[in-house]
Design a protein around this ligand. Sequence first.
Ligand code: NAD
Length: 512
Amino acid sequence: SNDFGIQKSLENLGLLSENKGVSTGADYFASGETIDSYSPTNGSLIAKIQMGSVEDYEKCIAEAKSAFKEFRMIPAPKRGELVRQFGLKLREYKDDLGKLVSYEMGKSLQEGLGEVQEMIDICDFAVGLSRQLHGYTMHSERPGHRMYEQYHPLGIVGVISAFNFPVAVWAWNTALAWICGNVTVWKPSEKVGLCGIACQNIINEVLKENDMPSGISSMIVGNHEVGQKLVDDKNIALVSFTGSTKVGRMVGRNVAERFGKSILELGGNNAIIISKDADIDMTIIGAVFGAVGTAGQRCTSTRRLIIHEDVYDTVVERLKSAYSQLKIGNPLDENNHVGPLIDKDAVSQYLNSIENCKQQGGKFIVEGGVLEGQGFESGCYIKPCIAEVENSYKVVQHETFAPILYVMKYKNLEDAIATQNDVPQGLSSAIMTNNLREAELFLSQAGSDCGIANVNIGTSGAEIGGAFGGEKETGGGRESGSDVWKYYMRRQTNTINYTDSLPLAQGIKFDL
Ligand code: NAD
């Protein structure tokens, strides 16, 4: 049978049939329980991973602490040089790593490769940034004084990532953390542990070729106990957490309790407003890709369409026709549009949401269901579906990580914007319109309340050059481009007196 070259890629990435899940540099170790990684594409066992225990975690932290003392003294552009080499390595491994992402996580090969491309892009971005960690200088109110600010590294940055972006989220964090002078400890999702090990193998090569000490970039495949340990650990200056709102709420609270810093990248509930002035052809592509791409398992997946009543019937008919043409099947086969969900738990959650939607009054215009038979042996393949709903339904207010698309009607744009904002989450949003007034209102302070607001593109996906993240229950964090690097550093204001007197600020007199 065709394995799409996956065995060769696993070999190239240095993956074994039994892997140890912890590394601080060259070697691997682990003393936790062993888990199996199955591919949702075909249900096969890919490999075994022995996870890291809390003791293994402590070892990572000890090495990270000592590595930080060295790493922070390396000039930022030299750290940028390491990131440049990392980007080159990623180019070498792009095909293999993209394939592994597709095989272990289940997204399409194109999207797997796209994820690795994002890693390469953030490296390029970070290399340039390593010479631009600018602070302001200010004019002092006191004579003979100079004021300026500078940015210093934080220390250890802990990264906890979700299953759905098994490699890119780590690279976004690591590339920035490094040029800022931090060391990183990464806990990937245990659902995609092999992606974690493959990434670590790549970074280990870079560190080895540059004679770098261990502990600059550590990885520990571990369960929620290890995650919890990292969250509560005072040694971790910044916790960058990507995952569900449920877990993120607790992470945010616990990190704040110890006055640590956190970046929270949590769930979304993203909508596209489809105006009567929308280009319908473009709209259908954007909406369908947004809803069914990655089988609806992106934080930016399109969950809701808010459609103007004049074009409602047309859009619904076009959606039905598009959905009838979707090819569901092995994501490594480029002819398919939709791959599997990550596991059977995700399938149950999808089925539950469909049931809840029906109970709450939803009317399915494209029915869902689990696929069986040849090619669907993993039990993780499901049908993307569409339901007509009210925005207030409990199920609509909640993020279901699956391709269930909710559609609703609107009369005027102010109401549509209010509906779009009337969910607990605030990640991505879009309007499809050729009307300038509508577009500008949507982008104004009276418009979308999300971290990402687009015009004439869908909600799904983003470029690394912008700050990525969302408001409200999405957590308020920002990752990736723009001036996000500042989250990874501590700011220091410096005032220097080059006179022989000591004037106090605000003209205060204190004579002795
Ligand atoms: P999840 O919350 O179940 O798990 C995320 C990570 O947290 C995993 O590594 C997991 O092991 C770890 N974890 C679990 N319990 C923990 C605990 N008690 N303490 C510390 N860590 C713990 O999420 P998931 O199912 O892997 O991912 C899907 C979710 O992630 C969706 O809600 C999606 O919207 C969100 N997501 C958000 C973004 C974003 O940028 N906003 C990006 C990708 C995914």
